[in-house]
Design a protein around this ligand. Structure first.
Ligand SMILES: Cc1cc2nc3c(=O)[nH]c(=O)nc-3n(C[C@H](O)[C@H](O)[C@H](O)COP(=O)(O)OP(=O)(O)OC[C@H]3O[C@@H](n4cnc5c(N)ncnc54)[C@H](O)[C@@H]3O)c2cc1C
Length: 282
């Protein structure tokens, strides 16, 4: 690697990108620099975005929560807005990496890496998050589900960056559940993860539910037909057992060094059993 450019304004970033079209941009570097060190990726020029304060922080604007793409996982965990209004994302961030990774790694980096195991992705999918993609002269908003195309593949064109993540503030759920199964409890990529947002009626039936799984397909998987099937069912093991089987038939896991496809399929369904713990004992 020969040189690293460090813009301090967006204007400077656009200029560096235009002058160095083959340069690779990075934020915290916890994904990209690891790949460069292991020679999985090579480049002559890097553009480090960590001083672009314009793309950092969490704020509320016109009923939307806006998170700058360069906001670190630690900064999100410390944000009163994330703690109060995005408990699902908060729960996922607590499980992400280690303190040094959370201090350096960013939300934008986690999204653009587009790993099926990315911990922020299942919460963002079921929060119906939108992404703002910017270039020097344009800006577009896309749902996260259409931005992520496959492992490591996103809908981003040359000259574009992910600038911010936008989540509607007015979605209210009683249950914000995130669980990650890894090979050990700390500093482990997920073998399977599941995020859930759920409302429960007084008679313990599910009135609204959104579910997403990580590490059981090429991207995060959400099955809207199973969500619809679950509405009106009692939140008991009996009440959701058919849905568990449907999930096990629908996921598309692979065998890899961390787990077998069969294990992932089994666990993806069984993680739903945790939801019965939210039923009230009235
Ligand atoms: C030891 C270790 C443990 C880890 N544990 C976990 C874990 O438990 N869970 C998890 O989800 N991840 C984990 N990771 C992966 C990584 O830390 C996260 O994905 C992190 O959020 C990446 O953010 P970053 O800013 O460091 O990305 P970078 O390395 O800076 O960038 C990653 C990719 O995204 C692109 N990119 C970054 N920001 C932008 C932007 N704003 N616009 C356009 N492109 C951009 C870069 O070009 C690069 O291709 C781990 C990594 C390590 C090394």
């Amino acid at each position: 690697m020969s040189h690293v450019l460090v813009p301090t304004t967006l204007e400077e970033l656009w200029t560096f990108m235009a002058e160095n079209p083959d340069a690779m941009i990075y934020a915290g570097g916890t994904d990209l620099l690891v790949k460069i060190r292991s020679c999985a990726v090579t480049t002559d020029c890097l553009i480090c975005m960590e001083r672009l304060n314009e793309l950092k922080g969490v704020r509320v604007e016109a009923g939307e929560i806006i998170i700058g793409a360069l906001t670190t996982h630690r900064e999100m965990l410390d944000s009163p807005i994330v703690q109060r209004d995005l408990p699902l994302l908060y729960n996922a961030l607590k499980n992400l990496g280690s303190p040094p990774i959370r201090n350096m790694g960013t939300l934008g980096g986690n999204i653009v890496t587009a790993s099926p195991a990315g911990d922020t992705l299942p919460p963002l999918y079921i929060s119906n998050a939108h992404l703002e993609i910017r270039s020097r002269n344009s800006s577009r908003r896309v749902p996260i589900e259409s931005f992520i195309l496959g492992p490591g593949r996103v809908d981003m064109r040359p000259g574009e960056i992910l600038s911010q993540v936008v989540i509607n503030k007015n979605t209210r759920f009683m249950v914000h559940h995130y669980e990650k199964v890894g090979r050990r409890s700390a500093l482990a990529c997920s073998v399977v993860s599941m995020a859930a947002l759920m409302n429960i009626s007084e008679d313990n039936t599910i009135s609204e539910i959104r579910l997403a799984w990580g590490s059981v397909g090429p991207t995060v998987m959400r099955f809207r037909d199973i969500e619809t099937f679950l509405v009106g069912r009692t939140l008991t093991v009996r009440g959701i057992e058919d849905a568990i089987r449907k999930v096990q038939q629908s996921v598309m896991p692979i065998d890899d060094v961390r787990a077998s496809a069969a294990y992932r399929r089994e666990v993806a369904g069984r993680l739903m059993l945790r939801l019965t713990g939210y039923a009230s004992s009235r």
